[in-house]
Design a protein around this ligand. Structure first.
Ligand SMILES: C[S@@+](CC[C@H](N)C(=O)[O-])C[C@H]1O[C@@H](n2cnc3c(N)ncnc32)[C@H](O)[C@@H]1O
Length: 227
């Protein structure tokens, strides 16, 4: 389980980060577009949006490109990933505040919407519910929350099968078997993965309603829910 965010998202790993998600996440650009569209259903033109796990800046950039009047607070524990985000969103910097830390570092809001993309599988299980509650209490009643990350069945043999599929899908062309095995081991030991049913139950437990799966792309799932 990942306890140390900096070890996953620091130094050289950050330098090569930007090429990772488009290769590893099926429909990455479409996920951003669907997220923006779901937010826009209930978020006014000058809405204020909370982005948890904003490091790297790809999601912030896509949302800021889509909603030209929206403003953002992006939260991330990794200073290196926040630094990268600063570069990626430089054209929108006047609308984006970046804060280092976990959900406790986020302003109180209240926010008109929130997103958390490709981040929750890095959040240890014991912090998941409190993190969701922290997002919920910063949102206006009825506000939209979009959550998407790795989620698949956690019973065997499905768990092992999905880890194999996830690594095979995201592998660079030149990856040899030893590297793939290291990646499978890292995924088994360092990521915190729940089944879709467990994810939905936790969203309800945190106070969200109308939890709906809108994105299911191989090992990734995404939900829209309302505060
Ligand atoms: C794969 S990146 C995704 C970044 C961005 N959301 C995107 O879609 O491009 C995952 C990010 O989650 C951050 N992270 C890890 N644990 C976190 C936590 N408990 N709260 C917020 N962010 C966290 C990492 O530092 C990293 O920047």
């Amino acid at each position: 389980m990942p306890q140390n965010h900096e070890s996953n998202f620091a130094g050289n790993a950050v330098n090569s980060y930007l090429e990772g998600p488009p290769r590893q996440v099926p429909g990455f650009a479409s996920l951003h577009r669907m997220t923006a569209m779901l937010l826009a259903e209930r978020t006014q033109e000058n809405g204020r949006i909370l982005v948890l796990g904003a490091g790297g800046g790809l999601e912030l950039k896509a949302l800021a490109d889509f909603g030209q009047g929206w403003s953002f607070d992006g939260i991330d524990p990794s200073g290196d990933m926040l630094q990268l985000a600063r570069h990626v969103v430089v054209d929108h910097s006047e609308r984006i505040g970046l804060h280092q830390g976990t959900i406790d570092a986020a302003p109180d809001g209240p926010f008109d919407a929130a997103t958390c993309l490709l981040t929750f599988h890095h959040v240890p299980l014991e912090q998941r519910l409190d993190t969701l509650k922290g997002i919920h209490r910063r949102l206006k009643p009825g506000a939209t929350f979009v959550l998407a990350h790795v989620s698949f069945p956690q019973t065997e043999p499905q768990r092992t099968l999905w880890i194999d599929r996830h690594i095979a899908y995201g592998a660079p062309e030149a990856a040899d078997e030893a590297k793939l095995e290291n990646a499978r081991t890292a995924m088994r030991e360092r990521l915190c993965i729940l089944s879709p049913d467990e994810e939905e139950a936790m969203l309800h437990q945190a106070g969200f309603s109308d939890v709906t799966l809108f994105y299911a792309a191989f090992s990734f799932k995404g939900w829209v829910a309302y505060a």
